[in-house]
Design a protein around this ligand. Structure first.
Ligand SMILES: [Zn+2]
Length: 307
């Protein structure tokens, strides 16, 4: 089940919380009789941009509710091709609770929810890209679940609403062929809905995964047709898995998610060693593109998967 109140709560609470903590600091200073309270600690220094993989573009595709336990048996020829020619793990770990908002936001912001709480200005990969010289304006976010529009502000990415349909996949493909974005993020809301309705691991769930594989294929073909395949890295992942008819708990089938990275500068046929957190995905994507990694991010780039 989706929890649309998560981002709303976060947005609404942020200013109030900040005002409250300011009052607390002032009050504490007054009580202590100290007219010059110590300034809050500066955030840790950013890891500066490095050469990256030489990739100039990155395409992220997320499938909501695709658990790592549901990769081996799935009929997903395009994804399996990327696994064979890329680096992958089916045991990356989602944060708790295993629901959508805490996980998609951790995936794009490199830190768990408790680190980002009350910080409306916490940097995401979209803001890092916006502030990087020469890369501003190069990001697009295709999203299906409405709260995901809140992953970044409107200045950091062009945003377009999609659905889990071939028509939407063709729309993404056309956009890539025409605009060749630096960072394309596509987040489909399936197979989550099918899992809730028909059960995770059911025949209907696997059928839906096969359909999603076709959409991924349309997007991969568009990158080839745009003539940018050799300079692009694909990252395919999810927010959480599921078991029976749901998710939200700390169970292996709900917590383990796939992470597949394929493209320029990435090792082929490589299994990414554990532990891998969903918080490592944003720093890894930043490293691939040669962007700086904000010091506030707690995830780390998965370095050993580069050639
Ligand atoms: Zn769900």
């Amino acid at each position: 089940m989706k929890r649309p109140f998560f981002p709303a709560l976060r947005l609404r609470r942020a200013p109030g919380l900040r005002a409250l903590s300011l009052c607390a600091v002032l009050l504490a200073a007054a009580c202590a009789g100290n007219p010059n309270p110590a300034p809050p600690p500066a955030p840790p220094a950013a890891i500066p941009a490095r050469g990256g993989t030489g990739a100039r573009r990155l395409v992220f595709i997320g499938l909501d509710g695709w658990g790592g336990a549901y990769v081996s048996k799935a009929d997903m020829p395009r994804v399996k091709g990327m696994i064979a020619r890329g680096a992958s793990t089916f045991k990356a770990r989602a944060v708790l609770p295993t629901v959508s908002w805490p996980n998609w936001s951790s995936l794009f912001s490199g830190a768990a929810p408790e680190i980002r709480e009350g910080r409306g200005d916490f940097p995401s990969l979209f803001t890092v890209l916006k502030n990087h010289p020469g890369k501003a304006g190069g990001a697009v976010l295709f999203y299906e679940w409405e709260p995901l529009a809140g992953l970044c502000d409107d200045a950091a990415a062009e945003k377009r609403r999609i659905r889990s349909t071939a028509e939407s996949a063709r729309e993404v493909a056309a956009y890539i062929r025409e605009k060749k974005p630096v960072f394309t993020a596509v987040v489909f809301d399936e197979p989550d809905g099918t899992g809730h309705e028909k059960r995770w691991g059911s025949r209907a769930y696997y059928r839906r995964l096969n359909e999603m594989d076709g959409y991924i294929g349309l997007i991969e073909d568009a990158v080839k047709e745009a003539g940018i395949y050799d300079e692009t890295v694909f990252v395919i992942s999810a927010d959480h898995g599921g078991s029976f008819w749901g998710h939200g708990h700390n169970l292996p089938k709900q917590r383990a998610i796939p992470l597949i990275i394929r493209g320029r500068g990435v090792k082929e046929g490589f299994t990414i060693p554990p532990p891998v957190s969903i918080c490592d995905i944003a720093p890894t994507m930043a490293a691939i593109l040669g962007l700086e990694i904000p010091g506030e991010w707690t995830g780390r780039p998965l370095g050993d998967l580069f050639q």
